[in-house]
Design a binder for this molecule. Sequence first.
Ligand code: HAM
Length: 381
Amino acid sequence: MYTWEDRARAQSEKNQSLTLRPENTAGVVRAYIEHQLGETGQLHKLFYIGPQFRRERPQKGRYRQFFQIGAEVIGPPHSGSESPLRDAEILEMLASLLDSLGITGWTLRLNSVGSAADRPVYLARLRDALAPVVGQLCADCQRRAVTNPLRVLDCKVPGDQPLIETLPRIADSLDESSRAHFNAVCAALDAAAVPYTLDHRLVRGLDYYTRTTFEFTHGGLGAQNALLGGGRYDGLSESLGGPRAPGIGFAIGQDRLILTLEAQQKSLPTRADAFIAPIGDAQNPAALALARELRRALLPGADTVDNGLRIELGDGSFRVRKSMEIADKLARHIVLLGEDELQSGILTVKNFSTGQQTKISRDALAAHLLAGRARPNIKEG
Ligand code: HAM
């Protein structure tokens, strides 16, 4: 972590200890408590996007400042926050997100680290098993065996692996309710045909996890192969002085997401669906109205306008040739909007990839622009 003493501004003030945030889950739960969101009785779905800071040894995909896109689902137990269906719903959503970005070859690794009651039982068994063999493990594991024995399971040193495989498994220390919870998560994923791999060594680095833990990994990332990770934290709110508020969430490593897209030669959308070219300044207001209409068009398969058409707007002062040149760089189509088009409601549309120019009625324009898009918002590079 990055923690330092900040100089006091006035002599009467004490130095302040400042820390750059290494992650956001604890902060979100603190905000949940501070703003008394539990009193609404509802399930809250909260998200964040932003930089995080960790004092780790930098390497490909591991930086001291990196970016996360994360979300947390949290609420009182009667809001459904504790249900295994929340876990499965999040995992299904993440699998669909990676698929829709065109990322292939991901692996969902899944484990249950049990409840707060299961943990001491397992830790005692793990400590007992480690005691006679710890001297044969790497220096990091010898330290972890004392400070946080669960992290021994994270060890990647090849020479340690045969011994670590013989250590007790957390799955064998789960109580009845944790086992039932985990089985229900798996059953829902099976029903939705979301593929996953059980990984009994996935304990994750943060202490607040209970029950379900998961990571989506990708081979294209190298040693730092976790594209995203998360899990359940049913006791975190209470440990911060809040009400009972089971929760589950995830954080996607934005830097690693981009590395994966690059490795798969995919890129986030760069081209707009259409460039609207008003012909003559008099057409400018109508061009703005058309841009607004198309940007708001609710497309088939989309449930919010966020997934609507991406439109660039030209200017009536441009000659048609100039509009064509700009549009060819920015968009997949150009829509010409002259006085004739406005009066007749029949617009001239050129598709830059086929070179075809067509007349389309204004009502059919959104559907026409959408046709030929490989996937919503994604363009293959
Ligand atoms: P985390 O596994 O520590 O979980 O981080 C989530 C993701 O952030 C990782 O899978 C990775 O993609 C990315 N990441 C982590 N450290 C670095 C780094 N040094 N450089 C680049 N990328 C990195 C959490 O942070 C939890 N707060 C997730 C969560 C939300 N659990 C419950 N809710």
